[in-house]
Design a protein around this ligand. Structure first.
Ligand code: PMV
Length: 327
């Protein structure tokens, strides 16, 4: 038997980094997905194959140890399942992802979520969404150090959510009709970086300068309240304005880079209503909101970068079983 599950990547609209220290953030699922196919094996070990990294890892079942750093999040995932009393059987997992790696679009969370869902279904285990979230968070902790959980919350629940660490996410009720006159575009600088390294840098800077920084964290939380209002009202101009403010706040945390600032400014000078870095920064991606009549012009301006145009949506892109094959 073979089970294929998929889960979406994400883009953070407002509040990345601040969310790590307990403020709220708003994120939306991307139509790019990670797919994991899992089947039981007659051998005595686990084989994980990443098509994107062109790598194959073998895990010994008796001690579940990763032979390479890239396989560690999967070991953590399997250990999280075992800790909850679920059986770890020899199997083969094949990962194929449309979500670019290390680009600020939640590829590790999408992969872990699809893996956990496919494996559990294969064994007839029915995980609740909350359990799926908790298990994948353990994998994210190994991949990113101190993740807020927003990436795997998005991969699990999908849609557009307001997230605060330790709380179940709330879906935002977007005015889709009004917002359909705008597009969100995600632009990848192509510069790869480690989320863990940027998060550690930001936390260190924030702690060192907390008397000043606490006001910036407070500003980021009230920015999220305003952003939710703007999304609910489908007000693209206001969303753009708030994205510009958010980029400024993230720059003060030391999360931006020359490439990101260039991309953000280029999109804005070509007519985007607003733009900001998305995800951890120091490379990775930026997001802009653009009115439909200016979309073509902005897309032309950012030619040469990998660009994803995100249709506005509320539900329907959570982690799902795509295929269950019986032999
Ligand atoms: O760059 P990504 O896709 O790993 O997103 C990181 C988002 C942060 O807020 C910077 C960290 C987190 O865990 O929330």
């Amino acid at each position: 038997m073979r089970v294929v599950a998929s889960a979406p990547g994400k883009t953070i609209l407002f509040g990345e980094h601040f969310v790590v220290k307990g403020t709220r953030a708003v994120a939306t699922a991307l139509s790019l997905r990670a797919r994991v196919a899992v089947e039981l094996s007659s051998e005595s070990h686990i084989v994980i194959e990443s098509k994107n990294l062109e790598a194959v890892w073998r895990l010994d079942l008796s001690e579940l140890k990763a032979e390479s750093k890239e396989a560690e999040p999967f070991v953590a995932l399997l250990k999280a399942l075992a800790k909850r009393g679920y059986k770890i059987a020899p199997h083969r997992a094949v990962i194929e992802s449309e979500v670019p790696i290390a680009a600020g679009l939640g590829s590790s969370a999408a992969t872990a979520t699809a893996y956990a869902l496919a494996y559990s279904r294969l064994l007839g285990i029915s995980l609740s969404q909350k359990e799926l979230f908790e298990i994948t968070l353990e994998s994210e902790q190994v991949a990113h150090g101190r993740p807020s959980g927003i990436d795997n919350a998005l991969a699990t629940w999908g849609g557009t959510i307001v997230y605060r660490r330790g709380e179940e996410p709330k879906h935002v009720k977007i005015d889709l009709k009004r917002l359909s006159s705008y597009s969100f575009i995600v632009m990848d600088t192509g510069v790869k970086r480690s989320t863990k390294a940027v998060v550690e840098h930001v936390l260190k800077l924030a702690d060192k300068n907390w008397t000043v920084m606490k006001h910036i964290y407070e500003a980021a939380d009230s920015l999220v309240s305003e952003a939710v209002k703007a999304l609910e009202e489908g007000d693209g101009e206001r969303i753009g304005e708030l994205m510009n403010i958010n980029h400024g706040l993230l720059t003060s945390l030391g999360a931006s880079s020359l490439e990101l600032d260039n991309l953000v400014n280029r999109a804005k000078s070509c007519g985007a209503l607003g733009a900001k870095l998305t995800g951890a920064g120091w490379g990775g991606s930026a997001i802009a909101v653009v009115s439909r009549d200016r979309l073509e012009r902005v897309l032309k301006c950012v030619e040469g970068y990998a660009v994803y145009v995100k249709p506005v949506e509320i539900h329907g892109v959570a982690a799902t079983i795509e295929e269950l094959q019986l032999r």
